[in-house]
Ligand binder design. Structure first.
Ligand code: KG4
Ligand code: ZN
Length: 344
């Protein structure tokens, strides 16, 4: 079905522990966005267990695809393009969605777009009516990546900086684990911080003012561990909210300062923020305050498009279609270490 809105894209995302499918119109309008979360399956292990994740993807994928078609009010016969995440991510997870998508493409004789998961995050702030990709500084903060990118337009990006050790989401999750919070720790830390004093404990803001655009979070995590070792079990539990708030404030300070530095050095007047960590309430508030004060345009991925989802994969495939990019050969495999660009 091709009309002014373009063909309908059926997109599949299974790079980690969310089984997701979405229908996106060729003009970028999202018609459905289904996500089956595996959080409760992995929680007892304190992190994602790859074999469990792929088994769950296998079980969930068919109903999730059916749900996404139903939610969009269309049949498989209406779909014009198939897309799936090709990397980066867990090999055994990526393979499930990617293989299913290629099988659908073959069976339905439809073109197939393999999509870089990081590119999905990169363009997600432009979903939901924010207009086409335009010049900006993009901050991608997820569980596996922390990237600062200078975007000139679609397909014209330059890496400014990345993390030298842990990703921002990892810093949240590892810190939360030290604090005894359940997996995934980021949202829990966000929730508990609300009742705490962000200045109660002093944690380092590594590489702030370093003059480059790289990030580092491992020192912060170590500092939390040492701090906790000095507290009694009773003090730890009494001061839990203060510890959460102080630790969160350090991560957010680093992200805000680096984003600001990116805008300063590029002279850009637009900041686009994406990835699971961009759901963090303090980060969103701080960036909104900064945008108001400094007068730059702030594009924050909508919460449903910030954590892993298939709509951002479909949206990216729709961008590829609009830019006349070639569809992928079905022989191409997944790449668990796929980079956004320039080998980073
Ligand atoms: O983008 P995403 O869903 O998956 C990856 O591509 O990695 O990001 C997941 C990360 C996890 O580390 C999770 O703890 C973090 O995003 N996250 C948060 C919040 N919601 C999700 N971190 C801080 N505050 C939140 N509210
Ligand atoms: Zn992601």
């Amino acid at each position: 079905m091709t009309d002014a809105a373009g063909p309908l894209v059926l997109a599949i995302e299974t790079s980690c522990d969310e089984t997701a499918a979405a229908v996106v119109r060729g003009d970028g309008v999202v018609l459905s966005n289904e996500v089956a979360s595996q959080v409760l399956r992995h929680r007892p292990y304190g992190g994602v267990v790859p074999e469990l994740a792929s088994r769950e993807h296998n079980l969930a994928l068919r109903p999730v695809i059916a749900g996404s078609l139903e939610q969009a009010g269309i049949a498989l016969a209406d779909v014009g393009i198939i897309a799936a995440t090709a990397g980066p991510g867990l090999a055994s997870s990526l393979l499930i969605g990617h293989t299913a998508a290629k099988a659908l493409s073959l069976a339905c004789r439809l073109p197939f777009y393999p999509v870089n998961h990081l590119e999905g995050h990169l363009w997600s702030p432009f979903m939901g009516g924010a207009g086409p990709p335009r010049p900006c500084v993009a901050l991608i903060v997820s569980g596996g990546h922390t990237l600062l990118v200078a975007v000139e337009g679609y397909g014209r990006c330059r890496m400014l900086g990345t993390t030298r050790d842990d990703a921002a989401g990892e810093a949240f999750d590892k810190g939360a684990k030290l604090l005894g919070l359940p997996y995934p720790g980021g949202p829990e830390l966000d929730r508990l911080s609300a009742g705490g004093d962000p200045e109660a404990f002093a944690f380092p803001r590594s590489m702030v003012g370093s003059g480059d655009h790289d990030f580092s979070f491992s020192g912060l995590k170590t500092s939390l561990r040492y701090r906790l070792e000095k507290l009694s079990p009773a003090e730890r539990s009494e001061r839990s909210a203060d510890l959460c708030a102080s630790y969160q404030a350090a991560i957010v300070d680093i992200l805000v300062e680096k984003a600001e530095a990116g805008l300063r050095t590029t002279g850009s007047t637009c900041l686009a923020v994406s990835g699971g960590v961009s759901r963090n309430r303090l980060l969103r508030t701080r960036l909104q305050e900064m945008a108001r004060k400094s007068g730059f345009e702030l594009l924050l991925a909508e919460p449903d498009f910030a954590t892993d989802n298939a709509a951002m994969i479909g949206f990216t495939a729709a961008l590829k279609w609009r830019h006349g990019e070639e569809t992928g050969p079905l022989e191409r495999d997944i790449d668990p270490n796929l980079k956004l660009m320039d080998g980073r």
